[in-house]
Design a protein around this ligand. Structure first.
Ligand code: NAD
Length: 372
């Protein structure tokens, strides 16, 4: 740590997620307390863009070269919010220079990259992956209810993550369509989030089958058309180590769905249901209520569901997407400052990557894949 009591923060990438990380770094001390942070160094390309975004986000310095960031002595922790193809080189260089890393998901385009990144973590360095949906107080409450037996023995998981951001075939080609830059398509962008939610709810996956599909094979790019190299959608059937079964679907081409990360856990004594498009609500059904009055109960997030109370003392005064990132920043800081457990770190994140890549392999080979 370069200045007593304060951590120096750097941010690489200032797009959708870069702004989200910047907001989280700015809000975390005001929300949760703790020592203020130094927003030290911001990076994007070209350097002029970095300078403009540093001024907007409140960072002291700017650079167009991420290698200068990982080597900077005033930087202790680095947010990496670049396209996926840069995750491995940046994360490995940051770890080699003794920096803590907050990395956006997925870890990297290929499974071998993720394995190398997990192996690069040294003792004393904290890593965190950007699985923000698992920070939701409503989600945490669902995990707790299942662990307490509120729905009996979980029998089935049914999960989808549908968005429409590429449903229009006229939507231009982006780095997300390329194997080297994006990696897996819908699975790498959306499916990994659904896996991250599924694991705390259901426990480890034992085996799976899957089918991937590319619906739009080429998209407009620089006056012509360019091939889409990865999946627009993916189905999977899962068997969990507990004996429960699951169905899984993710797609980036579902008309009308904006952020439908929705799942249901069906148990021997009840059912819990959630939809990210209504992220402050959890629906719980418990058997035995009597035929005339039984039904799903809507549980609205509030201070009874930590860490909601850090944001507001009043239930029903809803949280939003960006606040999930503030929780994530707080959990990363607790890991750095107090040694608190961080989930998912690179080791746990590798487990998520293994599942999405097993889905891709199952589709390619037409065979059931066993997970360790
Ligand atoms: N956690 C979530 O909910 C969530 C949501 C969206 C995206 N993501 C992830 O966040 C990452 C970024 O996605 P995005 O939607 O913000 O993308 P984006 O295209 O909006 O932003 C990427 C940023 O990286 C910058 N960049 C590109 N090359 C660079 C380089 N060499 N040096 C420095 N900066 C460079 C770009 O200029 C841009 O500012 C991806 O890994 C994506 O999967 C996560």
């Amino acid at each position: 740590m370069s200045a007593v009591g304060t951590l120096g923060v750097a941010l690489i990438g200032t797009g959708f997620m870069g702004k989200c990380h910047a907001n989280a770094w700015r809000a975390v001390a005001a929300t949760f307390g703790g020592a203020p942070l130094r927003l030290e160094l911001l990076c994007d390309t070209p350097a002029e863009k970095a300078a403009a975004m540093a001024a907007q986000f409140g960072f002291t310095r700017a650079t167009g070269d991420w290698r200068a960031v990982v080597a900077d002595p005033a930087v202790d922790v680095i947010s990496v919010t670049t396209p996926n193809g840069l995750h491995r080189p940046i994360a490995e260089a940051a770890l080699a220079n003794g920096k803590h890393v907050w990395l956006e998901k997925p870890m990297a385009p290929a499974l071998a990259d993720a394995e190398a990144m997990a192996a690069a973590v040294r003792p004393g360095l904290v890593t965190m992956l950007g699985y923000n949906y698992t920070r939701n107080p409503a989600f945490r409450h669902a995990v707790k209810l299942i662990a307490e037996g509120a729905i009996g023995r979980p029998l089935h998981f049914r999960g989808v993550f549908d968005e429409d951001y590429m449903s229009d075939p006229a939507q231009p080609w982006t780095w997300r369509c390329l194997k080297t830059d994006g990696g897996l398509g819908a699975l790498g962008d959306l499916g990994c989030h659904l896996v991250a939610a599924m694991l705390p709810l259901m426990g480890p996956v034992e085996s799976l089958t899957a089918e991937l599909q590319t619906v739009v094979p080429a998209r407009p790019f620089e006056g012509g058309m360019r091939s889409v190299e990865n999946d627009d959608s993916a189905f999977a059937h899962l068997r969990f180590r507990s004996g429960a079964t699951g169905s899984f679907f993710c797609s980036r081409v579902v008309r009308g769905r904006k952020n439908k990360l929705a799942w249901e856990v069906q148990g021997s004594e009840g059912t819990i249901s959630f939809d990210q498009e209504r992220m402050n609500e959890l629906w719980l059904y418990r058997a035995g209520g009597g035929a005339a009055t039984e039904g799903f109960t809507r549980i609205l997030s509030g201070p009874a569901h930590p860490p909601f109370g850090a944001f507001s003392p009043a239930a029903g005064h809803n949280l939003g997407f960006n606040e999930l990132k503030v929780v994530e920043a707080q959990e990363l800081l607790a890991g750095i400052r107090e040694g608190a457990p961080v989930w998912p770190d690179f080791a746990a994140g590798l487990g998520i990557e293994r599942i999405i890549h097993a889905m891709a392999r199952a589709s390619e080979t037409g065979s059931r894949q066993q997970l360790d």
